[in-house]
Design a protein around this ligand. Structure first.
Ligand code: ADP
Length: 324
């Protein structure tokens, strides 16, 4: 079963004042002809943070993003972007978006492509002239703007897509699965660009299912499952919440296992020359008492290794059908 949200429902007070929130949603809901795509999404994204929006396929990530971008109207709920209600031009002007399935006009040169998209999104000619070299530089394509897109690698195409989303110098940028089609080098390049954007004070809303990537760039995450937020919080806190400890023990009886289980769930057990037991404890502070209990029982302790849980562990535990 999916578990309850362990963090408080995000509110302005939980993460800062309303003025510091780039995105704030309350009970956002979307139904398509009676079918619920998004039940209830309440999140708060502080300005200047990289926010990871995670969930299995069909969880409602794209629909939520579409509502925030004004491409789908919520059935219920409210949201503010950069302090403005959904749909306000004042916010739209300061938002960038890189869709997942971006179609590139491969016959265009890099600069022509950017000029075309800039014009479509209302960036003035003078501004385009000034910004195009800047964004090319920002995404590591300085000097390649004169080349046709058909000569670009997948990684370069994704970077020029990012450049397109940055043309209007947005305060908030939405990236929908920006690296799903890239190889590890391309992924690293995009990750580096995300870090640069954050360094410039931009807020990044990252829709991704690549958990290691989210873990390495995001400050805060929401995990959605079946249209509901099942976990939300600062990444550090989510990962600190629980940890596993691996114990390598000498001969013991089943009574010891039961006493160990009182400290936390036994996740795995490998019996070899010694017994390797993985226990989920709440905090590091529980380990000394656990070790003392085992030692008092007269059982030899060959090893005690704490493991911080990965985002993948948290994710699988949070979504329906997960292991927790
Ligand atoms: P995700 O991006 O997390 O994979 P989506 O937001 O695309 O999830 O979809 C959430 C649910 O809503 C899915 O069950 C999907 O089939 C449904 N859905 C999405 N868009 C539409 C639509 N335009 N009409 C009907 N159902 C939709």
């Amino acid at each position: 079963m999916s578990q309850a949200i362990s963090q408080p429902i995000p509110t302005s007070a939980a993460v800062g004042t309303a003025a510091t929130l780039a995105i704030e949603t309350h009970g956002l809901r979307k139904e398509y002809g009676g079918k619920v795509a998004v039940h209830d999404v309440t999140i708060a994204v502080p300005q200047g943070e990289v926010f990871g929006f995670l969930g299995p396929n069909g969880a409602g990530k794209s629909t939520t993003m579409k509502m925030l971008l004004g491409l789908a109207f919520p059935t219920a709920g409210t949201a503010k972007l950069l302090g403005h209600p959904l749909g306000a031009m004042a916010a739209k002007r300061r938002i960038g978006f890189l869709p997942e399935q971006f179609r590139f006009h491969e016959w265009l040169r890099g600069t022509e492509f950017l000029d075309f998209h800039g014009e479509l999104s209302g960036v003035s000619r003078a501004e385009r002239r000034r910004r195009i070299p800047e964004v090319l530089d920002l995404v590591g394509l300085a000097g390649r703007g004169g080349d046709r897109l058909r000569t670009y690698s997948k990684g370069m195409l994704q970077r020029i897509g990012l450049a397109q989303a940055l043309l209007n110098d947005p305060a908030l940028i939405f990236l929908d699965e920006p690296t799903s089609a890239l190889d590890p080098i391309g992924r690293r390049e995009v990750r580096e660009i995300i870090r640069v954007l954050k360094g410039r004070g931009m807020t990044v809303f990252l829709n991704s299912h690549i958990l290691s990537e989210v873990e390495s760039v995001c400050d805060r995450v929401a995990i959605v499952d079946r249209g509901r937020v099942v976990r939300y919080g600062a990444l550090d806190e989510l990962l600190r919440e629980t940890l596993d400890v691996e114990l390598l023990l000498g001969a013991h009886d089943d009574a010891l296992l039961r006493r160990i289980a009182e400290f936390g769930a036994i996740e795995s057990r490998e019996q070899g020359q010694h017994d390797l037991i993985r226990v989920r404890v709440d905090t590091l502070d529980e380990i000394p008492a656990l070790v003392e209990m085992i030692a008092r029982a007269g059982v030899a302790i060959y090893g005690v290794t704490p493991h911080r849980r990965s985002l993948e562990d948290v994710f699988l535990g949070a979504v329906e059908g997960g292991t927790e």
